[in-house]
Each structure stands twice: as structure tokens, then as C-alpha cells.
Unconditional design. Structure first.
Lengths: 179, 309
């Protein structure tokens, strides 16, 4: 197994700021907007975006929740292992809100499909957008595209794109791992 | 650990501590799900579950059915009173007929101890024991422990007394197995006639003085006197039983601490527990019922994920 650094900490910082600015451009005060981090890996990105909005651009009162999609996945009983769930935490109403899904890597699109079904259990949002740090284009199984994209990556199926966060892995970095 | 060590839930005695932890962690997620505006997830939409109740039940049957429906499983219900069992059909024939309609999982309550184990050896489906005679009632014990964990933070190290008709109670036996597995201290309390001989071999102590037992414990799980299983008289009168083993507010007020009161239901108000206790803040009886749905969803989800496609 070998891993190659795709994006460094400095580049990640620039990308995150750009994504935050793009969100501000479209949502201004975030009054009717809620951010939803997709469990498990999207929550790190969502936390970062919220922090940048608050600390660098003084956008306070951004509502952020976490959505677990395990029970909505389309591969239940198809793999070897039982699918393990994570915590869902949405302490606000999503009905009629502009929802922004946040996930680290967009690959086949199946997680986002599950998220689109899962969020309906909490109400009917006015619209749903997707923000993703890495877009693995040419790998999609479903007609799903991001509205906000950090970087496009071309990787073959047996390669893996892994996002490291300083709060979890001790560094900000994005690696391409090939087996 | 991400999967159960068993393919059926026949009794707590077949589980290990890791299984119980996994069931509780999964139940935490389902508890959040059943408090959403839409309380349903699509996980089990390709699974069919048969609820076979050869013995009466209200809350367990409803709780299982709700758990199955919340997981989007297809559900068929069967009760012995309105079935061909009355015409002389054997258990295996009855179940095989149902399974030939492509059923993946069977939830069964049966008056005979070991009925679930017997069935699991003869049929090709996942079995959940919803109570077999005076043997085990594993999901009740799981939801009881889950409710203690929710109320007190953890089960390990806590002192639990099981009060009443231990002899006829499947809830008591499953609870003893579950609580001991999690490292709780367990006492049973009741008339000597309703405490099985050699019960100490399960690692529990016996107390016949209710006040002493309550002073010792953090949680009291009150059992119903199962008159329907009694062919002889085990105590002189219900009035005398209530005087010695019934919990009332006056008795609880004499204790120097506030203990948690549990009851698996159905309650005989005024016999093992008075209304002022059952309806008080100390009682978590209705929490137990709500947790029952989440815990059963967890058990069914985890077992279903082991069924091969």
C-alpha cells in the first residue's frame, strides 16, 4: 500500500476559506440556512466551515447538525459486516429551510442519496445543496453533483482518497492511497 | 465489535457482554430515530417477520410489531387462539407452513420453556424469543438494563433487587443473566415459596425482608404475581402478600435514599405496587415501555444484518 500527498494543509486552508466565501455569497445571513454534516467524516469539514464562518467572517448563529445515513443505505446485508451507525444530532427544524449537506469526499453519490432520504424524516426542506471537499469525478453511480466543490480528483476505483483532519488524525492533509 | 455473536436471540445466557453493549449502542441510535417527526427507517424493507404468539401478550406483541414496522419490515401476525394449532398441528408444521411463505425472521412467544431453542434447530430462519414459559424473556431483560443504564449511567456496580414471584418469572431469570453479565450486584426478594431452590448458584443473594432489600438497592424491579401459572397456593392471601412484599409510598419514604422503581407490566395496582408509587417520578415504568421499542429495533436490525441474501 502506498500513499501520495494530494493536497497539503496550506492548500486545504485556502480551499476551506473559498468554500466558506461561496456559501456566504449564496446564503448571506444564513437566517433560513442550516448546515448538515454527513456522518462520520463530513462532520469534521462541517465543524471547520462553521468555525471559519464565525471567526473569519463574523457569521454567527449558523445552525449545524449531524446526519447519520446508516439506516438509509442501499447496501444493508450486501457486505460482510453489519453497518455501524453514528450519532444523528439535529436540534432545529429543517422544514422550509435551505439545507447544505457537507461531506468530505463525493465518490459514488450513494451516501448523498441516502442522506436525501434521511433528511426527509425531519421535514421538507425548501432546497438541498451539497458542499464537498473532494469530488471524485468519473466515479459517480448516481446523477448527483456538488454545488460547492473544493477540488476535483481523478482516481481509479481501487484507489482511495483519505482526508486527514488535525483534530482527528493530527494533521490536515489529503492523501491518495493505492493498494 | 460490530456484529452479534449469535444468529438468534433465544436467551440472555447465549449472549456475551459485547453483544449487550452493541445492542445498547444500536438502541441509542434507534431511540433518536423514534423521536423524529417521521419515525421510520427503510433498512429492513426486504425482510419479512412473523410474530407467532402461542401465549397472550399485549405490550410485548405491540412493541415488537411497532419495532418491525419502524424498520420497514413486512409483518405477519399469528396468535394461537385463532389458528390451526387448535386443530392439532405441531409447532414445526405450523412454523414451516409460515416459512414457506418466505419469512426471514420469527418472533415467538410460547408457553413451553425451550420452544425457541427447539425451533432454531429445525427451521431456517432467525428466531427471537419473546418469552418461553417460565424460562427466558431476553428482550424484556435488555430493555430493563437499557432503562437502568439510561437512568443511572451504567449497570455495572449497581445494586438491583428483583422482588416478587421469581419462581414463575422468565423476566427474573433473563434479568439475572443480563445484570450479572454487566457486573451488577443482584438480590432476589419474595416469599420463600416463590424463590427457586439453588437460585444462589446464579450468583444472586436472597432476602426475605423487603425493607432490608430496598435499603440495600439502587433499583427495585417489581414482578407481578403470576396467578395463571400457579396450580397450588404459594402464600396465604393476596392481602398478606401485599403487606409483606408490596411497595407503597409510605415504605419508600422510610428509606434514606431515592431508589428507582421498575415493573415489566402488566401492573396489578395495589398488589405488588401501589398507584402512588407506579405513577411517581421514582418509577420508570413508561420509560421501560418506550425503550422497549428501541431495544427491539436494535435486536431485529442486528439479527437481520446477519441473514444472508
Amino acid at each position: 500500500m502506498s500513499q501520495k500527498l494530494l493536497i497539503s494543509a496550506k492548500e486545504i486552508d485556502i480551499i476551506l476559506r473559498r468554500l466558506a466565501c461561496q456559501l456566504i455569497e449564496n446564503h448571506t445571513h444564513f437566517r433560513d440556512t442550516v448546515l448538515i454534516g454527513i456522518q462520520p467524516r463530513g462532520v469534521f469539514l462541517a465543524d471547520r466551515i462553521k468555525r471559519i464562518l464565525l471567526e473569519d467572517y463574523q457569521v454567527s448563529d449558523v445552525k449545524l447538525g449531524y446526519l447519520d445515513i446508516t439506516f438509509y443505505r442501499d447496501d444493508f446485508r450486501r457486505g460482510e459486516k453489519t453497518l455501524e451507525a453514528n450519532k444523528t444530532q439535529i436540534d432545529f427544524v429543517v422544514e422550509d429551510k435551505r439545507v447544505v449537506f457537507i461531506d468530505d469526499v463525493l465518490y459514488t453519490g450513494r451516501s448523498i442519496r441516502a442522506g436525501l432520504t434521511a433528511i426527509q424524516s425531519f421535514g421538507r426542506p425548501e432546497e438541498i445543496e451539497l458542499l464537498t471537499l473532494i469530488d471524485r469525478r468519473f466515479s459517480r453511480h448516481l446523477p448527483i453533483q456538488p454545488n460547492y466543490r473544493g477540488r476535483q480528483v481523478d482516481a481509479i476505483n481501487r484507489e482511495k482518497v483519505k482526508v486527514h483532519w488535525s483534530e482527528n488524525e493530527g494533521e490536515d492533509a489529503i492523501y491518495l492511497i493505492s493498494s | 465489535m460490530s456484529e452479534l455473536s449469535v444468529n438468534h436471540l433465544l436467551g440472555i445466557k447465549y449472549l456475551n457482554k459485547g453483544d449487550i453493549d452493541l445492542i445498547f449502542e444500536t438502541a441509542d441510535h434507534f431511540k433518536e430515530v423514534i423521536n423524529r417527526p417521521i419515525k421510520k427507517v427503510p433498512s429492513l424493507r426486504d425482510i419479512t417477520i412473523a410474530n407467532l404468539f402461542f401465549e397472550n401478550s399485549t405490550r410485548t406483541r405491540l412493541s415488537f410489531e411497532l419495532a418491525e414496522k419502524r424498520l420497514s419490515a413486512d409483518v405477519i401476525n399469528f396468535s394461537a387462539a385463532s389458528s390451526s394449532v387448535k386443530k392439532g398441528e405441531t409447532l414445526i408444521d405450523t412454523v414451516n407452513n409460515i416459512l414457506s411463505m418466505k419469512v426471514d425472521m420469527v418472533v415467538m412467544r410460547h408457553p413451553n420453556p425451550g420452544a425457541g431453542v427447539f425451533l432454531s434447530k429445525h427451521i431456517n430462519a432467525s428466531i427471537v424469543n419473546a418469552g418461553d414459559g417460565a424460562h427466558e424473556h431476553p428482550t424484556q431483560a435488555l430493555l430493563d438494563s437499557y432503562s437502568i443504564r439510561e437512568k443511572l449511567g451504567e449497570v455495572g456496580g449497581k445494586k438491583i433487587v428483583i422482588v416478587g414471584d421469581v419462581l414463575h418469572s422468565r423476566v427474573a431469570l433473563s434479568n439475572i443473566f443480563a445484570l450479572k453479565l454487566q457486573g451488577a450486584d443482584v438480590k432476589v426478594c419474595g416469599p420463600k415459596t416463590l424463590i427457586p431452590k439453588y437460585i444462589e448458584k446464579l450468583g444472586v443473594t436472597v432476602e426475605t425482608d423487603l425493607k432490608k432489600a430496598l435499603e440495600w438497592c439502587d433499583v427495585a424491579n417489581m414482578l407481578r404475581v403470576q396467578n395463571e401459572r400457579m396450580e397450588i397456593s404459594y402464600f396465604p392471601s393476596t392481602r398478606e402478600y401485599t403487606q409483606q412484599f408490596g411497595v407503597n409510598k409510605k415504605l419508600l419514604n422510610t428509606l434514606n435514599k431515592e431508589i428507582v422503581i421498575m415493573h415489566p407490566g402488566p401492573i396489578n395496582r395495589g398488589v405488588e405496587i401501589t398507584s402512588d408509587v407506579a405513577d411517581s417520578n421514582q418509577a420508570i415504568i413508561l420509560d421501560q415501555v418506550q425503550n422497549g421499542v428501541a431495544v427491539r429495533m436494535a435486536v431485529i436490525y442486528l439479527l437481520a444484518s446477519k441473514i444472508k441474501q
